[in-house]
Design a protein. Structure first.
Ligand SMILES: C[S@@+](CC[C@H](N)C(=O)[O-])C[C@H]1O[C@@H](n2cnc3c(N)ncnc32)[C@H](O)[C@@H]1O
Length: 303
């Protein structure tokens, strides 16, 4: 399945975009539909040079800010982060007895919220490329934490009931590659939940979020925690939000990767939830039934 999805989504142009896309099940996208980008946002030259510089910069940034990451989250969500993550997991169908992989786990905020629901420590695994973030996560979490990337998940096929990517989608270098990997490790019928901050469409909301992330938050964090890279983190946040591909593009990428029943919900103009389901495996025709049908028709029944 992975090979199919990879072939289907291989970029046809040098810049990594596709003009004609073939769905895994053979449907061809109409010519002239806008090209789908591989990365969630273009290269941000203010922070790193070229697409190869993206991952090293992002790893360095999260390593450097890991000890202050939860403070930034509290300030950004006005303290509602744990409650919101828990309710989003419930809305997506997380229930006791399931296994969950949290991609881009950071300091483990989603994993902790999931544990409140699942109650069994073996049921949650966190994955993140940043050693600094994982170090912080280990302080408060007793679940397996794996250093790795969303584009290459070190797990077997059909392993998890649910996957989460919370506020990490903007940092993935290859959306379609990551979604293909997600589909591979999900059990048939399992779901992927993506939480993100989207660029507000209204000018006033956009101005408020930009000012908060670029000016106010770095100031508060500096007063509370002293100088550090927090200002750089929140400025980078805003730039990745501002330049991120649109919600319909993310939905399209999920569908092209093979997800079914893809939904996007927007709260407060900028809190996005995407859910997609891995289609259940197709049923094999049962031999006995075929034989008995043959027997019926050979006895002269109509049809
Ligand atoms: C903003 S934090 C989100 C942490 C956590 N999910 C939460 O809800 O607070 C983004 C995380 O994505 C991770 N990340 C960056 N690139 C990644 C990649 N290619 N694959 C998986 N995670 C990645 C970063 O190291 C960072 O820990």
């Amino acid at each position: 399945m992975r090979r199919l999805a990879d072939q289907a989504l291989r970029p046809s142009n040098e810049d990594g975009t596709c003009r004609t896309l073939r769905r895994p099940h053979g449907r061809v996208e109409p010519h002239g539909s806008p090209p789908l980008p591989r990365a969630p946002h273009p290269v941000l030259g203010r922070y790193y040079a070229g697409s190869r510089g993206r991952a090293p910069f992002v790893d360095w940034l999260f390593d450097a800010t890991a000890p202050r990451y939860e403070l930034v989250c509290r300030l950004l969500s006005f303290g509602s982060g744990a409650w919101y993550r828990r309710s989003a997991l419930r809305r997506a169908g997380l229930a006791e007895g399931m296994t969950l992989l949290d991609i881009g786990a950071g300091t483990g905020l989603v994993a902790r919220a999931a544990l409140d629901i699942l109650r069994r420590s073996g049921s949650v695994i966190g994955l993140d490329p940043s050693a600094g973030m994982l170090r912080e996560a280990r302080k408060a979490l007793a679940v397996p934490l794996v250093q790795g990337r969303g584009e290459h998940l070190p797990f077997r096929d059909d392993r998890f009931h649910m996957l989460t990517i919370a506020y990490a989608l903007r940092h993935l270098p290859d959306l379609r590659g990551a979604f293909a990997e997600c589909l591979r490790v999900l059990k048939p019928g399992g779901s992927l939940l993506v939480l993100e901050i989207s660029r507000p469409s209204g000018a006033v909301r956009r101005w408020l979020l930009r000012s908060y992330l670029r000016r106010i938050l770095p100031l508060i964090a500096t007063v509370q925690e002293g100088r550090g890279e927090v200002g750089l983190l929140t400025r980078y946040y805003w730039d990745t939000i501002e330049h991120c591909v649109s919600a319909p593009t993310i939905v399209k990428c999920l569908e092209l990767a093979g997800f079914a029943r893809v939904e996007h919900r927007l709260y407060g103009g900028c809190i996005s939830e995407y859910v997609g389901v891995k289609p259940a495996a197709r049923m094999r025709p049962r031999r006995r039934a075929t034989r008995s049908r043959r027997r019926v028709s050979s006895s002269g029944a109509p049809g």
